[in-house]
Each structure stands twice: as structure tokens, then as C-alpha cells.
Design a binder for this molecule. Structure first.
Ligand code: PEP
Ligand code: MG
Length: 557
């Protein structure tokens, strides 16, 4: 058996035969058009409009996040700047096909250079261009294969238009060679609970019909597995199905210790599904996600409406809103549009808000107004806090707006190491393991080439988390976890053993984490955490925790 490594989306495991996505259409040649410029322009206009309508109608059929993504793509294809670029090439005598190909490619380069969230949108442009070119050539758009039986789809990357309408009875899992954890493929796979591993090096070598196991929890693809491995994967898939079907109860350990299970959300419209999946509140509302494409700072009114919509979904429940986390992977032009060589180490998070205090004050005004008009228990927190003075600053300013509970995210090692001092001046801490891992291991969270360092199981990360957990216990203050680590069931047990008092995650992960927590006591969790802490690397920590967990189960039975 060979193992290919990538980035797992979610926790599922699936097995089946490979079916590969057809290769993209060959790039159009740079030849002169035999048609007049007017004829070419109207051919392209018709094709662009047909593709935009097709994307919109796919979005309508798919609903949910897919609709937003496809509507954004439809707007992208009809973007007036792109149209001008295409027309300029046609005016220079190029064919419509080449003009589209070339103009989209240059726009793609611009987006890629911007990096982060917008950079990951660049791949969407390729799909849109392919669709327009296919239409111009009278060919069907490249799409998902249909081998006539259930299969694991293997592709370079998947266009949102394809992911949105995947037939989940046929597509058992998804493997892509491109795409990072925040690509659209990943976002939509997460939303649809498709077992997926993206950014898999060597995925090109997989061939049609080859048997594979897609292990999202491990970020692995097992090629030509043994019967024993197939059986183990089937057992895990059955355990997950049982967890998903189990009744929804509040998060708790086997001894009854409560561990509230909360949702990470990026927009108010996602609240209903989170409630359905048993979220006991919101542990992280990423307010900046609503304003990623805004060029101007949002008004107080505009923000207030969004916050009211969210808070209304959680009457009587805790909702932790993070103030705008601008920078690096979440660029907000209206907060900081200066060029920085290392934006992850730049004027970002609370630093950027402190430098633009009116934006922070407007946001706190909107949050406070929404709070008085709704029944949720609103907490606020600041991102990327790296000093005690910053924590003091944020808590002081939040209290000016009658926001009674104000805390900070611990995402930078300095804050974890000084957790006690930080918690003395804040009401709570919430550990963002995504950034804490990035900064502890010095590995850019968006860079595929260092993805293997981005592992929150690393004992250095766990030790920092322990510092925060211990400080919270000593001062009697809550310590939540809101990074992706909380969505890994065994790591969730470790985090509780290190002192986390609540866990927040993508709602689709709640069932697995709920089921796993119920099988260990608080003492078990501390012992499992201790085993992980003493390892020398991430793999060792994971293995040590697994072995300790097995021991605890054996002593229970
Ligand atoms: C984190 O860094 O872990 C976190 C939760 O914040 P974000 O992923 O939005 O940076
Ligand atoms: Mg973060």
C-alpha cells in the first residue's frame, strides 16, 4: 500500500474505486480571428451570459453556501473590467476563445498575487474561463465523470459549479491535487460533509478503477489498501455514522463534566444549521467574513442588522463575536491596504484596529446595540492579541460600550506564555489553534509546502495550550478553543485535559466530538493529555494519546 498526504477536510473516511475528472480543455491558440471584431464580441457576450445563467441556475438548485459561491462566480464572469479586457484583445484581432483565455489568465495572476482568501478564489476563474471557451466551441463544459457506479472523485481541483451539484449517492469521497484548506472545494466539501482530502501530492498518479481509502481525519489517501485496512476504514465509517445518528445532548464527559459545544460561524445565515446540529451557542463569530469584499468600512447600521440576525438565532445562549480580524489570510482593504512583505507578522488583528480606532468603536457600537435588542448572551473578543497592554486596551474599550464580557484570543505564543497576566485583565480567553500553530511552528497556514508543520498535535502547541488552561483554572476564568483543533475528536479530549472549558468548531464536526467526549472522564482526559504532552513531535503525540485512550477504555471495561 502507498500513502499520499494532503489536507483532510472534516473527519470522515471513505473507500472505493477512483474515477478521474476529465483533463481541462487545451488552451486556445493565439491565432487571428476570421470574424469581424463585432461578430467575435457578440459571440463572447452570448457565451458569457449563457455561462452566468447556467452558474446561477446551478446555484439555485444547490442552495446554501453553494448558491453564494456560484452567484459570486456568475458575477465574476460578467465583471465589466474583464469584459473590457476581453474586448481589447478582440479589437486587436484575436479570436473570442483566445481573448477569453488570455484576459482571464491575466486577471487570475492579479488575484494570485493578492494571496490569502482572494488568491484561493483565483482557481475559480479557470473554471469560469473553461466554461465560456467550451460554450464558444460548442462543447460540453468539463465536468464530473459518471462511471455508472459509486466512486471516489479524483481531480486537479474541483470547480464550485461541480462541487455544488455532486451526486452524493455516487461520489463517495473526493481527492484533489490542488487546493488548500480554505479553497472553495474545501469549503463546499465541508458544508456537504463530503469526505475529502485536498492538496494531495501525487494524486495525478491515481488511475481510474484503482481502489483507495480517503482518510480525512488523517489527511491521507491509502492506495491499493489491504483487506485489513479496508475493514478498519469501514469500522471507522460505521462509528461515525453511529455518532451522527446519536441523540443530540449537551456536550459532556463520561462523568457528567459539562463541556459546551459551540459553533464557529462566518455569517448569520449559517446559524440555523448550527442549531440543528446541536450547537449550544457560538464560540467564534468571524465578523470579518461578512466584509471581506467591502472596500469601505461597514456602517454601524449595516453591522447591527447582521449581528441582530445572528443573535436572534441563539436566545439565552452564549455568542462570542470576534471583532474584525483583518490581515494575512483575511485581508480587509478598509482596515489596512499597505503592502507588507510578511502580512501574517504585520499590522493585523487588534493591532490594525488599534491603529484605526474608529472602526473598532463603530463595531462595538453595532454589537452593543444588537445586544440590547436581542436575548442572546453576547461576549466579545479581540483577535491576535500579543501583549498584556493590548488585552487591557480591548477590555477597557469594550466595557465603554456596555459589553459586559470581554476577552481575548490566544493565537500568539507570547499571549499563551503570559496567559495568567492576560487573564487577570480579561474575562476569558479563547485559543485560536490555527494561528497558534502557525506562529509556534513558524509555518504559514496557507502554504501547502509547509502544511505538514501545521499540526496542532505538536507538543509545543499543546504545552502553550496547557499554560492557558492552567491560568484559567487558577483564576476561575473560562478558556475556550475555537481553532480547527477542537474538531478533531481525540484532540478535543486532549484539549479538555489541558484545561479547555468549552470547544467551538465547524458545526458538521459537533456529532463526532460529542460522541467521543462522552466516552472519557475528566481524569481520563488529563491522563491522555499528559501522554500527548510528553511526546517529541506531532505524530508521537497523536500516537501516545491514541495509546493512552485505548488504555483508558480497557480499564473502563
Ligand atoms: C485561529 O486562528 O485558530 C482562529 C480560530 O481564527 P481564524 O482561523 O479565523 O484565524
Ligand atoms: Mg486566527
Amino acid at each position: 500500500m502507498t500513502e499520499l498526504k494532503g489536507v483532510g477536510i472534516g473527519l470522515g473516511v471513505a473507500q472505493g474505486p477512483v474515477a478521474r475528472m476529465a483533463d481541462p480543455l487545451p488552451a486556445p491558440k493565439d491565432t487571428s480571428s476570421e470574424l469581424s471584431a463585432d461578430e467575435e464580441t457578440s459571440r463572447v457576450k452570448e457565451a458569457v451570459s449563457a455561462v452566468a445563467r447556467e452558474l446561477e441556475s446551478r446555484g439555485e438548485r444547490a442552495g446554501g453556501a453553494a448558491r453564494d459561491v456560484l452567484e459570486a462566480q456568475a458575477m465574476m464572469v460578467e465583471d465589466p473590467t474583464l469584459e473590457e479586457e476581453v474586448n481589447a484583445r478582440i479589437a486587436a484581432g484575436k479570436t473570442g476563445e483566445f481573448a477569453v483565455h488570455d484576459a482571464f489568465a491575466s486577471f487570475r495572476e492579479t488575484l494570485t498575487a493578492m494571496g490569502g482568501y482572494l488568491g484561493e478564489r483565483a482557481a475559480d476563474l479557470d473554471d469560469v474561463a473553461q466554461r465560456v471557451i467550451a460554450h464558444l466551441r460548442g462543447l460540453p463544459a468539463p465536468g464530473v465523470p459518471d462511471p455508472g457506479h459509486p466512486f471516489i472523485l479524483v481531480a486537479k481541483d474541483l470547480a464550485p459549479a461541480d462541487t455544488a451539484l455532486l451526486d452524493l449517492d455516487k461520489v463517495l469521497g473526493l481527492v484533489t491535487s490542488d487546493g488548500g484548506p480554505t479553497s472553495h472545494t474545501a469549503i463546499l466539501a465541508r458544508e456537504k460533509s463530503i469526505v475529502a482530502v485536498v492538496g494531495v501530492a501525487g494524486a495525478e498518479s491515481l488511475s481510474d478503477g484503482q481502489e483507495i481509502i480517503v482518510d480525512a481525519a488523517g489527511g491521507l489517501v491509502a492506495v491499493d489498501p489491504t483487506q485489513e485496512e479496508l475493514d478498519a476504514a469501514a469500522k471507522r465509517a460505521a462509528e461515525r455514522a453511529a455518532a451522527a445518528a446519536a441523540p443530540i445532548t449537551p456536550g459532556a464527559l463520561a462523568d457528567g463534566t459539562a463541556v459546551p459545544l459551540l459553533a464557529n460561524l462566518g455569517k448569520p445565515s449559517a446559524a440555523a444549521e448550527a442549531v440543528e446540529l446541536g450547537a449550544e451557542g457560538v464560540g467564534l463569530f468571524r465578523t470579518e467574513f461578512i466584509f471581506l469584499s467591502s472596500t469601505d468600512a461597514p456602517s454601524v447600521e449595516e453591522q447591527r442588522e447582521q449581528y441582530i440576525e445572528l443573535l436572534k438565532a441563539f436566545p439565552g445562549k452564549k455568542v462570542v463575536a470576534r471583532v474584525l480580524d483583518a490581515g494575512a489570510d483575511k485581508p480587509l482593504a478598509f482596515v489596512n491596504d499597505a503592502h507588507e512583505d510578511n502580512p501574517a507578522l504585520g499590522l493585523r488583528g487588534l493591532r490594525a484596529l488599534q491603529a484605526n480606532e474608529q472602526i473598532l468603536r463603530d463595531q462595538l457600537t453595532a454589537l452593543s446595540e444588537a445586544n440590547t435588542q436581542t436575548e442572546a448572551e453576547l461576549w466579545v473578543m479581540a483577535p491576535m492579541v500579543s501583549t498584556v497592554a493590548e488585552a487591557e486596551y480591548f477590555v477597557r474599550i469594550a466595557k465603554e460600550y456596555d459589553l459586559p464580557v470581554a476577552g481575548v484570543m490566544v493565537e500568539v505564543p507570547s499571549s499563551a506564555l503570559l496567559a495568567e497576566r492576560i487573564l487577570e485583565v480579561s474575562d476569558f480567553a479563547s485559543i485560536g489553534t490555527n494561528d497558534l500553530t502557525q506562529y509556534t511552528l513558524a509555518a504559514d497556514r496557507l502554504l501547502g509546502s509547509v502544511a505538514s508543520f501545521q499540526d496542532p498535535w505538536h507538543p509545543a502547541v499543546l504545552r502553550l495550550i496547557r499554560e492557558v488552561g492552567a491560568a484559567g483554572e487558577k483564576l476561575g476564568k473560562p478558556v475556550g478553543i475555537c481553532g480547527e483543533a477542537a474538531a478533531d475528536p481525540l484532540l478535543a479530549v486532549v484539549l479538555v485535559g489541558l484545561g479547555a472549558t468549552s470547544l467551538s468548531m465547524a458545526p458538521t464536526a459537533l456529532a463526532d466530538v460529542r460522541a467521543t467526549l462522552l466516552t472519557y472522564t475528566a481524569d481520563d482526559a488529563r491522563r491522555i493529555a499528559h501522554a500527548a504532552l510528553t511526546a517529541g513531535d506531532a505524530t508521537g503525540a497523536r500516537t501516545a494519546a491514541q495509546q493512552a485512550a485505548t488504555r483508558e477504555k480497557e480499564t473502563q471495561s
